[in-house]
Ligand binder design. Structure first.
Ligand code: NAD
Length: 283
């Protein structure tokens, strides 16, 4: 299959690797020469880890890199113009994604499926800017795409059965397990995990337990690899609050309203690891 991945950041470069590794003819579209080079470098260093572990041969890596490098471009028409499946993984910005879906609809052949990796935006909003709403779907890969086994498949009201079936088949070809969900605010993954993080902050506000102890409970009692506050710092408190706000605006339900402490920390600039300070200090 000819696959085109648009946006070569954290998620895009992992998804492109998966596609090339599965022997799909894979091209990538970056915003600038620098972002393309950075993406290719990240792909190369990530693949070299598999070589060191003996899971893949150097020749295979060379051929994967050759495929991706040959299809690396800043020109959407060049890359998406003959694609069978396009995965959009640009910034979480609705206007940017809508523009891209309009362009992809104009550029791509009629049969092409247009998938978005959005964590929050309604798939129907992207579908309705195109003339092929039945071929628009959500493929929510998690971070890091190479390691997380499940992929949420989001069907809008207008996504056709054929599109869902072909997407499931494609996702399985990457060694992943597709899980179908309805197009609803936050889907399942973002809704579930953001509510857990919000509740953890609220419990801390109420003095139920400290940040460290709530994380300790998650790790020692649930066997989670990290606690909700560590996860908040990793993802970014501003990002989690934005997802909660999107669900709050869509549903009006108070449970999605970000805890006050989160809002205040964002105002203070304490947004997590990237800022050097969040619920923990990061050096
Ligand atoms: N990072 C995560 O943990 C995670 C997990 C699941 C889903 N997502 C979703 O995946 C998507 C991508 O997230 P990310 O974390 O990879 O973001 P990122 O910031 O790492 O990368 C976004 C990339 O998009 C590129 N870009 C922007 N406009 C572009 C354009 N017009 N054409 C081509 N490239 C363009 C940027 O140069 C950048 O490389 C978002 O919708 C996000 O919500 C992210």
């Amino acid at each position: 299959m000819r696959v085109c991945v648009v946006g070569i950041g954290v998620m895009g470069n992992g998804i492109a690797q998966l596609c090339a590794h599965a022997r799909h003819e894979t091209s990538i579209v970056g915003r600038s020469k620098e972002s393309l080079e950075r993406g290719l470098k990240n792909i190369q260093s990530s693949l070299s880890v598999f070589v060191k572990r003996g899971e893949i041969r150097q020749e295979e890596v060379d051929s994967i890199l050759k495929t991706i490098r040959a299809g690396a471009t800043m020109n959407l028409e060049e890359s998406a113009g003959n694609a069978d499946f396009v995965i959009e993984a640009v910034y979480e910005d609705l206007e940017l994604k809508k523009k891209l879906f309009r362009d992809l609809d104009r550029i791509c052949p009629d049969h092409t499926i247009l998938a978005s990796n959005t964590s929050t935006f309604p798939i129907i909003t992207l579908a309705t800017v195109t003339e092929r709403p039945d071929k628009v779907i959500g493929t929510h890969f998690m971070n890091p795409p190479l390691l997380v086994r499940g992929v949420e498949i989001i069907k809008s009201l207008m996504t056709s059965v054929d599109t869902v079936q072909m997407t499931n088949k494609f996702v399985r070809s990457l060694g992943k397990e597709p899980i179908e969900v309805k197009d609803s605010p936050g889907f399942v993954v973002s809704r579930m995990i953001c509510l857990v993080m919000n509740e953890a902050v609220r419990m801390h506000e109420e003095g139920v337990a400290s940040v460290e102890d709530i994380d300790k409970i998650a790790k020692l009692c649930f066997n989670w690899p990290m606690g909700p506050f560590q996860l908040l710092d990793l993802i970014g408190i501003d990002i989690v609050a934005a997802v909660l706000n999107a669900m709050y605006n869509e549903t009006g339900s108070e449970r999605f309203k970000p805890a006050l402490l989160m809002t205040q920390m964002i105002r203070a600039g304490w947004t997590g690891r990237k800022a050097g300070k969040g619920f923990y200090e990061h050096r």
